[in-house]
Design a protein around this ligand. Sequence first.
Ligand code: SER
Length: 319
Amino acid sequence: MKNILVVGSTGQIGSELTMKLRREIPQSTVVAGYIPGAEPKGALLESGPSAIADVRDAAGLAEIVTRYKIDTIYNLAALLSAVAERKPLLAWDIQMNGLLNILEIAREKGVAVFTPSSIGSFGPETPHVGTPQDTIQRPRSMYGVTKVATELLSDYYFHKYGVDTRSVRFPGLISYTTLPGGGTTDYAVEVYYSAVKGEEFTCPIAPGTYMDMMYMPDALHAAIMLMEADPSRLKHRNSFNIASMSFEPEQIFAKIREYIPSLQVRYEVDPVRQAIATSWPDSMDDSCAREEWDWKPTYDMDSMTVDMIKNLRLKLGAQ
Ligand code: SER
């Protein structure tokens, strides 16, 4: 029996994680937290309770935690990297003041908290190939600054107050359900939409730029698996490197062309996204996650591409 609050339940990760938690933990109550303007709809709305959960409103959050006897919060509210560069103060407010509100409630009420970190927590001085679990983290983007601070603050609340904080560093996430908004890795999602619609794709990231990527089912599995993991085995907490595939634009385009040979691409490199992408790892070493909680991905580039194209064709009504 678990009572879970998903903050950011209508976002790219939240929309799928909320449904998966409701399906897989049937005796649980999973509250879909949202902000006005991003209300849950359809199955997300109908399959369980929902509540306004703005991370900047500590009293409102505390009220939900009390009302539903919440024991676990998945804190997915965040501005992604490119949009955070345009709105750095808002990114700080949501990612840092919001996290502090959640951690304070967690401390008072004994709630476990998952707040994702990212490949964005690394920077130019980080070793880019086989990026170790414990290494230099000096990001230059506001998104990265908030992600490093998220890791530190979450570990602080664990060591100082015993709050059960855990997290992973997500790679760029690829999914067909909800579009990401304003991330550096979004191109790897958007190209599938263009391919299935038969439209030319304009790529904002230069050829040769490697980044870690992951198919959403593996990312969701990782989040739930880590929150269910035996705490006595965890030497790390915030945050674990997790990895499944790394590619540069030409490689993912070539993979899609195996199934949709007509895909057309032109490059129009966005300097903001490109600078961020260049500073991020090419490929992370996730051996600590494998050792401490048996992390193992299921999808590779090929099986992801087959699944993405099949589901996008259904979604977009294309053949
Ligand atoms: N996908 C995120 C972004 O590109 C990184 O975690 O901003």
